[in-house]
Design a protein around this ligand. Structure first.
Ligand SMILES: [Zn+2]
Length: 452
């Protein structure tokens, strides 16, 4: 017996309510209301929330987290002077680097929590060694509230059918097959594994979606791109009447966005987040990335954060079990002080370059966004895939999967782009390969810099 679309939505909405009651308790609705109110508030109120949260977190960390107790020992800092509604100055605390988390994992945990309260999490390690850290249930509750709020910008709602194109190995291996199926059923989601996108699976998904009629898609942008390309090349038109597409977990390149928006006839919303600190920023209807100021304080490590991009530093407000203060997340960005025409007053992340390991550096110290090369090379005749690596300040290498249209003009063009950008004395070695393997995280890397 087939269950109707509306009945499935009712069941799923009820299941979401039960889930939220279980996770967040009976005050879920009022908690969600409070968080939404803050996200919709005017700048002074948002700022005040950040000031309060920073003071409480830093005091707490100093008193109960050995790492911060040591760090702040003997430093006489008046938080009421350094953190005010007018100015926030956290320079008395050095940024928290990934290697420090690896070396001081236990000291970074607060003594006010029991060991069994720690929820272990880890990053996939797309840029090297995986990073392990702990989070609390409270952290996860706030993280969920923010996701519920921001995903609504893309037209998501509880119980609405959603196509998920995802492939993180950490996410996929949790639970047995029947638990996964049950989870997807009550969430009213259909999952397509972004790690193993075969033509037959993409075709099956297309057929099933014609009936399932998702209202949103949540996807890895590279998998979304692959799926959109497959549909377009096979003249398959998804008439699903989508509200929007949420792109998350890796860099949304402009060529990914344009093909997805054309094929699916809807807007792609870029959601920026990480396993370590949660949802960091979300794109609005006007194409600006608004910062999640309820859960965190975001700084740019640059002498002029509004004009000169730099490393993004995050202070997470809700993970008291293991405080992340001024955590250097590994991405590069720039702030903007404009007020968005959409009316929301959350501050704006004007540029998001993605991983600092995908950002190239010249001998003069200039930073070049890896996306610049991606835009130049992805559509080049004869190049079906590539990966450009800055090995040193003097040397780059590129791996290319070429097709039959390749000729020497492309080689000269690639060489000239590199020299123009990075310097005329930079050498380039070119290697033709049959495959460019995906890293463990499944996130495709077009550009990698080994220069730090
Ligand atoms: Zn906006």
């Amino acid at each position: 017996m087939s269950i109707t679309r509306s009945a499935k939505k009712i069941i799923s909405t009820a299941a979401w309510s039960a889930y939220n009651f279980y996770r967040l308790g009976k005050y879920f609705k009022s908690d969600y209301h409070d968080v939404s109110e803050l996200f919709n508030a005017q700048r002074p109120r948002i700022r005040h929330h950040q000031v309060d949260s920073l003071r409480v977190l830093i005091n707490f960390s100093k008193e109960s987290t050995p790492y911060y107790t040591n760090l702040l020992e003997g430093i006489d800092i008046d938080l009421y002077e350094h953190i005010t509604d007018e100015e926030i100055d956290l320079s008395f605390l050095p940024p928290l680097e990934k290697h420090q988390i690896r070396n001081h994992l236990d000291e970074l945990c607060s003594t006010r929590f029991k060991t069994k309260e720690r929820i272990k999490n880890a990053t996939g390690g797309s840029t090297g060694t995986p990073l392990t850290f702990y989070q609390s249930r409270g952290y996860w509750n706030y993280r969920n509230l923010s996701v519920y709020y921001f995903d609504r910008w893309a037209g998501w709602d509880f119980g609405e059918p959603q196509l998920v194109i995802w492939g993180s190995q950490v996410d996929m291996k949790n639970g047995g097959k029947w638990i996964k199926n049950l989870n997807w059923y009550w969430r009213n989601q259909y999952w397509l594994n972004g790690f193993h996108l075969t033509e037959s699976e993409m075709y099956n998904t297309y057929q099933r979606m014609q009936k399932f009629q998702p209202t949103t898609i949540l996807a890895y942008p590279s998998s979304l791109y692959q799926f959109a390309l497959f549909l377009s090349e096979n003249n398959l038109n998804p008439n699903w009447n989508l509200n929007g597409i949420i792109s998350s977990a890796e860099m949304l390149h402009s060529h990914y966005r344009s093909i997805a928006e054309t094929v699916f006839q809807t807007k792609v919303y870029n959601r920026y987040g990480s396993r370590e600190v949660g949802l960091i920023a979300m794109e609005c209807d006007e194409g600006r990335m608004h910062i999640n100021c309820s859960d965190m304080y975001l700084e740019i490590d640059s002498p002029d954060p509004y004009n000169q991009p730099g490393d993004i530093l995050i202070t997470q407000f809700n993970n008291y079990i293991m405080p992340f203060i001024r955590y250097r997340i590994g991405d590069i960005g720039r702030l903007s002080d404009e007020k968005c025409p959409c009316g929301n007053e959350l501050p704006i992340l004007a540029e998001l370059w993605g991983r600092s390991t995908a950002t190239f550096r010249t001998k003069e110290g200039k930073l070049i966004h890896g996306g610049y090369f991606t835009q130049k090379f992805y559509n080049l005749k004869g190049v079906s895939q590539f990966q450009l690596i800055q090995e040193t300040l003097d040397q780059c290498s590129i791996k290319i999967i070429k097709d039959k249209e390749w000729n020497e003009d492309e080689r000269l063009f690639i060489d000239s782009v590199i020299k123009e950008c990075l310097g005329s004395d930079v050498s380039l070695s070119m290697e033709f390969v049959n495959e460019i393997p995906l890293p463990k995280s499944g996130k495709r890397e077009f550009t990698i810099s080994r220069v730090t």
